[in-house]
Write a protein that binds this ligand. Structure first.
Ligand SMILES: [Fe+2]
Ligand SMILES: [Fe+2]
Length: 347
């Protein structure tokens, strides 16, 4: 397969998945249901799933049945779990919920559907893939390019439109309610920021010129703002396309602020000293240090322990943990991109 085939496959299966879900959901609900969180005709999860299988299948083509089952299980159920966890954190709408099924995990995955996905992966491999590859070979190059870019352009516009609308709402809200948000944040953060161990973080550079204290405060503030936003009526009342179930989430902003302030509570210059494999180990070190200075709630523990996910392998248990993990990655990326834009900083 050439590059355009992968791109086309992602778009094509996103589109095909949307058609399947429209039929399934509209017939079950006896009214038209647009199944995605966005407006356009595509479901990115199907596109990603098909792409993962297209990549995995040749890799395990000579493997035995057991290995294939294992790989298909990890690929499909893993993808479903990651999509479910991220969706749970970023959107108040649950597009699928297995809570009432047996052997399920937080409603995102369940044994029954994992078995269906494995069967589907085999159907895809033995019945569909060769047919699809013939279709790909038959399709003219220009046809693939035009179709892929047209749908991709709709996806991008859709995403930019909805995101911009929400970011503008959030920015407006922060501007309007800045004083009350800031005083609520300060009240939650102050007891920790006055602690000598936390104050000591000002001595360490974290992302080049930025101190570790400035970093944890930034992560705490941004996570707090997002926590407030995701708990707001604005988000919870936006039912998107009428698909899925709105869970009316309320995030624990106290745990978010406290966990975020303590998430990098370690006392060494991680570039020059400290333990080997710092990236993997500093979560536990920070947690140990945090437990020495304050009593932590389960959500706060999870925030600190999982803030480097997926490096920590076990996914965050709470929405709050995933939120801090995403904001932490964003802050790190922003700091390094800013440094790069300035032409680098000499250490
Ligand atoms: Fe960290
Ligand atoms: Fe961090």
């Amino acid at each position: 397969m050439i590059h355009i085939d992968y791109f086309f496959s992602f778009i094509f299966f996103s589109f095909l998945g949307w058609i399947l879900e429209v039929f399934y959901r509209s017939i079950s609900n006896k009214r038209f249901i647009n199944p995605g969180l966005f407006k356009g005709p595509y479901l990115i999860l199907y596109g990603t799933g098909a792409l993962v299988l297209i990549i995995c299948i040749p890799l395990v083509s000579t493997a035995n049945l057991f290995v294939k089952i294992l790989v298909y299980f990890v690929a499909t159920t893993g993808l479903e779990l990651v999509a479910g966890l991220i969706g749970e954190c970023l959107s108040p709408v649950r597009l699928w919920d297995y809570s009432n099924r047996r052997f399920q995990f937080r409603g995102h995955i369940c044994l029954e559907f994992s078995l269906y996905w494995i069967i589907l992966a085999f159907v895809f491999e033995y019945l569909f893939l060769s047919l699809y590859q013939t279709f790909l070979a038959w399709l003219p190059f220009s046809g693939k390019v035009v179709f892929s870019w047209c749908v991709f352009f709709i996806m991008l516009s859709d995403f930019i439109f909805i995101s911009t609308k929400r970011v503008f709402y959030l920015k407006g809200k922060v501007k309007k309610d800045y004083l009350s948000l800031k005083s609520e944040f300060d009240a939650l953060a102050a007891p920790l920021l006055e602690n000598p161990s936390v104050k000591e973080l000002a001595k360490y550079k974290h992302h080049r010129e930025k101190t570790r204290l400035a970093h944890v405060i930034e992560v705490a503030w941004l996570s707090f703002i997002w926590g407030k936003y995701l708990s707001s009526d604005y988000v919870n009342q936006t039912s998107f396309n009428g698909a899925g179930k709105i869970h009316g989430q309320k995030l624990d902003c106290r745990a978010i602020v406290r966990g975020a302030i303590l998430h990098d509570l370690f006392f060494y210059d991680w570039l020059r000293e400290g333990p080997k494999l710092h990236g993997f180990r500093h979560c536990k070190i920070s947690l140990k240090n945090a437990q020495k200075i304050v009593q932590l709630m389960p959500k706060e523990i999870d925030i600190i322990k999982k803030h480097m996910w997926p490096l920590t392998i076990i996914p965050p248990r709470y929405k709050e943990s995933l939120l801090v993990c995403l904001v932490d990655s964003y802050c790190m990326l922003k700091d390094y991109l800013q440094i790069k834009a300035k032409g680098g900083v000499n250490k």
